[in-house]
Write a protein that binds this ligand. Sequence first.
Ligand code: PYC
Length: 314
Amino acid sequence: MNDVRSIEVIDSHTEGEPTRVVLGGWPEPSGATMVERRDVMRREQDALRRAVVHEPRGHDAVVGALLTAPERADAVAGVVFFNDVGYLGMCGHGLIGVVRTLQHIGRVEPGHVELDTPVGPVSAELARDGAVTIRNVPARLHRADVTVTVPELGEVTGDVAWGGNWFFLTELAGVPLEFSRRAELLRLTTLIRDALDAQGITGSGGEWIDHVELFSAPVRQDADSRNFVLCPGSAYDRSPCGTGTSAKLAVLHAKGHLALGQRWRQEGIVGSLFTGWLEAAGDVLIPHIQGRAFVTGRSTLLFDPQDPFRYGLT
Ligand code: PYC
């Protein structure tokens, strides 16, 4: 990594949540598949992940997206999402940001866009007004009504579901989902995640549940529900979370509360909205998530060999 002197990025936010797309300067990770490329990034290029998302250039809520060569001939690009603590399977708000960024640099036009990720192929429809609808990887309910014992909270019952990442979805009576209470919400969801871990409650194959999602009645009149989502590190999602909304759709459908095609309007903690619905494809459920992203900046990150923090604060 020592010969990297600059990295080109474009910043955007999707319904309030930041995405930093890496366009150049990051050596192309080797590997024939997106999984292999993600593993090379993790093994050999992790300093660049930290440099792009950590302070002093970033902060704990930034999700990075490295564009690579695609796996499939008809895909525009491959994309590996990463954050302050590691790599994400998929990222819903991030994909919406990637599509708008590709439009900004003239690589896509309104219409259909195919992209490859380490957890499978995804696609998006970019509308003329800038709205993006992503077609996510299949979502599923893994375990319903699981009870975990959490310090301060006692027994908390929720569902474990996959929406491109692993989620524990629950409600906490008497805990309002208000932006002004975000520090407390972060603390409580972190306690839940730690308790899930300590009590061996995982996704399939023992995978770590790294996102916790709380729900309440919405504040907006045009929404069905409001959420607060703890991301893998210590940040919360400013958007309603694309993979989290996907997991929610799978849970609602499995419990008989959401028909195929029925719209679900998920409000996030800052009051922004994703609209989601499910489509059946064979025996799997494909979530569609619609939202908006806005490009906020374009910059060149510089690496001064004299700078002790050029690879970020750890
Ligand atoms: O939108 O899927 C999402 C997401 C995951 C983590 C942050 N945002």
